[in-house]
Design a protein around this ligand. Structure first.
Ligand SMILES: *[C@@H]1O[C@H](CO)[C@@H](O)[C@H](O)[C@H]1NC(C)=O
Ligand SMILES: *[C@@H]1O[C@H](CO)[C@@H](O)[C@H](O)[C@H]1NC(C)=O
Length: 410
């Protein structure tokens, strides 16, 4: 019966392999499963709070915008914050919508209050919008003009007296977000961040846990507080290799706040020339040597700063990012290398990364916010002017009174 024996020899390891594989898949499924019950509770609480607000605030005006669907978290967050700011500037109640959780598909919605608490306070959920603004009482408007005066124009239209406005077009197009048109928004937006930006408690709890576990001390904490002061580096790789070639070919510049004149001293040479692809690629997808140079300059100037936390987008489909991280970590912790670079305080003593953030089951959705906040709290931030995550970090830092000297855009 040789065939049977042969089959058993093959089948048994196959079965074992199959079991092991299904276990791994099941484990990943459970670990990465979103907190469904929490989200359901928050959606319900959002509706309840919105209804309470409607009953208390007679005579208010409302605005609902056409928002991005399914872009990355920071693209959505950035746009939502700009819309919220625009609503507040024109004394309207912002009608908020859920975030679209792209990794789980175009229809996967998550409650905004699970991530950013400041946006849902004093605002109403779209789930109750029809109650306060029935369709026949809604004024539909378009706000977009292809002009740097976009913001002023939007303010003018929304300052009109209609009680309920629904905006049918997108105001913050990619073009506008990388144009000088957004510079006029900055002074007010800085105040917006200071007064209205707030993470959810879910996010803040993980940030706290991470600071303890990874021994990181926020810049705002006193020197006597536990943990080491640190540099945060945002390494944007993943899909950027191809994306940057596209941006170079289409002559795109930095995004949003990275274009602010006040930030230009933070931009590592060469100066960005969108008609010189070499400079676009140097900023968008830099060689690791260039990234090391940016960190080295800060480490040389600040001998007490010997911890580095690296935010990156490494994942099973972008394993090269981990390789880049390990190469950086190896150089930065190497004493002869640090000495050759002229660091008097010795090499880095701690290099941690996004993958070290202690997220528990059901917390994976919050990891991106934790990354942003850790970078916003670092003593120094080194990031990418083409990335909305980096520009979000820059906005939070400057909005909270941070200095341009503590930022480098490589
Ligand atoms: C995080 O830590 C700070 C300082 O220790 C504390 O004041 C705050 O309440 C903590 N926040 C959360 C959400 O645990
Ligand atoms: C493009 O920029 C690089 C780096 O600054 C520079 O060396 C090169 O001469 C520039 N090329 C052109 C065509 O200007």
């Amino acid at each position: 019966m040789p065939t049977v024996i042969l089959n058993q020899r093959i089948i048994r390891p196959l079965l074992l392999f199959g079991f092991a594989l299904s276990f791994v898949i099941f484990y990943l499924y459970v670990a990465y499963r979103p907190p469904i019950a929490l989200y359901a509770d928050l959606f319900e609480a959002e509706t309840k709070e919105s209804k309470a607000l409607l009953h208390n605030e007679i005579g208010n005006k409302y605005v609902k915008f056409k928002q991005l669907q399914g872009a990355g978290f920071n693209n959505q967050a950035q746009e939502i914050m700009l819309y919220h700011h625009l609503a507040l500037q024109t004394s309207r109640i912002y009608v908020y919508q859920p975030l679209i959780w792209r990794p789980r598909g175009e229809d996967a919605t998550v409650p905004l209050s699970a991530f950013m608490r400041g946006l849902t306070e004093g605002a109403i959920s779209e789930s109750v919008f029809d109650e306060v603004c029935p369709p026949d009482e809604v004024q539909h408007v378009n706000l977009r003009i292809e002009d740097t005066d976009q913001w002023k124009h939007a303010i003018e239209i929304l300052s009109r007296k209609h009680r309920c406005i629904v905006v049918d077009d997108k105001v913050f197009t990619w073009n506008f977000l990388s144009s000088s048109g957004i510079h006029a928004i900055w002074p007010g937006f800085q105040g917006y961040i200071r007064h209205h930006f707030k993470w959810s408690d879910n996010v803040l709890a993980i940030v706290n846990r991470t600071e303890t576990t990874l021994n990181l001390r926020p810049q705002s904490a006193p020197d006597s507080a536990p943990g080491a002061p640190y540099i945060a580096l945002h390494l944007r790789r993943g899909d950027f290799e191809d994306h940057c070639k596209f941006l170079a070919a289409t002559h795109e510049g930095f995004t949003t706040w990275a274009t602010l004149p006040l930030l230009q001293p933070a931009v590592l040479p060469p100066a960005l020339d969108t008609y010189n692809a070499t400079t676009v690629l140097a900023h968008c997808f830099p060689a690791l040597r260039r990234v090391l140079g940016a960190i080295s300059a800060h480490a040389r100037a600040r001998p007490h700063l010997r911890a580095l936390h690296v935010l990156h987008d490494g994942a099973w489909d972008h394993p090269g990012v981990f390789l880049a991280f390990y190469k950086l970590a190896e150089a930065l912790t190497n004493a002869p290398w640090a000495e050759a670079e002229g660091w008097t305080g010795g090499p880095m003593t701690s290099v941690t990364q996004s993958a070290d953030v202690p997220v528990k089951r059901g917390e994976y959705d919050f990891a991106v916010c934790v990354d942003v906040e850790l970078a916003a709290r670092a003593e120094v931030f080194v990031g990418n002017g083409y990335s909305s995550l980096s520009t979000q970090v820059v906005a939070l830092r400057l909005g909270r009174g941070g200095k341009v000297d503590d930022i480098t855009l490589y």
